[in-house]
Write a protein that binds this ligand. Sequence first.
Ligand SMILES: [Zn+2]
Length: 137
Amino acid sequence: MSDNDGSQSLDAELIDVARTARERAYAPYSKFRMGAAVRTYDDEIIPGALVENVSLGLAMCAERVALFGTVTTGHKPVRLALVSPRTDGTLTHPCGACLQVALELGGPGVEVVVVDPDGESATSTVGELLPCGPHRS
Ligand SMILES: [Zn+2]
């Protein structure tokens, strides 16, 4: 995992799409606005936003909205960006469920870029974050 101070150019276009998706997040209950975007192997960008529900179990993470969108549009993920507030002072990474979906759809090499609202970021891979997740090769 590598940290960046925000001055490095990671994938600015992808992060901008995730940032815009974050602005559209439907988070009236948690107020924890999260936006994601996936870059596909054929260079498409698929956005996703957190979508909550009064029936809390029906909420869906921004990352999975974007990842499912790759299936819907016939693409395969290569990079996932998440723009989110920090959690207890540390950069927020995708939850285990989202990592498992990324592993299933793109394999352990999918890059994960997490960015806070100030632009600080860290980059890793799904395989580093979920080293023993079951997946088909
Ligand atoms: Zn998640």
